[in-house]
Design a protein around this ligand. Structure first.
Ligand SMILES: [Zn+2]
Length: 241
């Protein structure tokens, strides 16, 4: 590699790195997209669940009320039967006992009636809450759909940007020596998207470790690609380009 071509390679690699830095950033954001979508979906599903629970509570209270109504009917039947029985009784004692029995059934009946009224009240209250939650949920659904679209649009936008950048990087990459390029790309993958870095104030800006003076001199000669001894990234000095 001649001095001139090594310098040219560095210039091209720095250019490539600019595209790759952007591509890495966008790809990172793209990865977060599906996670965010899943997150907001779970949040919305949880809100839908609240509404479902109100509906289930209403149904269970209504069922309880129906059972009480059956009990009430049974008590009423019992009273009619006992009243009919009264006329057939011979002794005063038996008559009085039956009357007491009827009073007891009536007392039981009024407890059931009260319970039914309470259940009517409870069902009304839950239904009110249900209606309020329904309005809230409709609003939440609008927000959810809007946010979902926003994320999806953003992802599409990022995908377009990545595509564009990849085309540009391809055009730049053709001018780079195949060996240098493949080494650069290996480092890029292994070092989280950063393969070529400046030496600044005597330090590698990739790992912030000191770059020995001898290496700095080698970089300045532009004879070969010089790698950081600590992080293995390609080093360059901006003022020399
Ligand atoms: Zn380094």
């Amino acid at each position: 590699m001649t001095s001139k071509s090594a310098k040219d390679q560095i210039i091209k690699l720095v250019e490539l790195q600019k595209f790759d830095t952007e591509i890495y950033q966008y790809n990172k954001e793209l990865k977060e997209g599906p996670e965010r979508l899943q997150e907001i979906k779970i949040q919305f599903e949880a809100k839908k669940q609240i509404l479902k629970e109100f509906d289930e509570r209403t149904k269970s209270k209504q069922l309880e009320r129906k059972e009480k109504e059956v009990d009430l009917q049974a008590k009423e039947d019992e009273i009619v039967k006992s009243n009919n029985h009264l006329s057939q009784l011979k002794t005063n004692k038996e008559y009085k006992a039956k009357l007491t029995e009827i009073e007891n059934i009536k007392a039981d009946k009024s407890i059931i009636e009260e319970k039914i009224l309470i259940l009517f009240d409870e069902v009304d209250k839950i239904k009110d809450q249900f209606e309020k939650e329904k309005v809230l949920l409709a609003e939440e659904e609008k927000n959810y759909i809007a946010e979902k679209k926003q994320i999806e649009d953003f992802m599409k936008e990022l995908e377009e940007k990545v595509k564009l950048l990849e085309n540009k990087r391809k055009q730049t990459a053709v001018d780079i020596d195949a060996n240098a390029l493949s080494r650069y790309e290996r480092i890029l993958k292994g070092k989280d998207g950063l393969a070529i870095v400046k030496v600044e104030n005597g330090s590698c800006t990739g790992c912030y470790m000191n770059v020995p003076a001898q290496q700095v001199n080698q970089i300045k000669k532009h004879e070969n690609l010089i790698y950081c001894e600590m992080c293995a990234r390609i080093l360059y000095i901006e003022e020399d380009l």
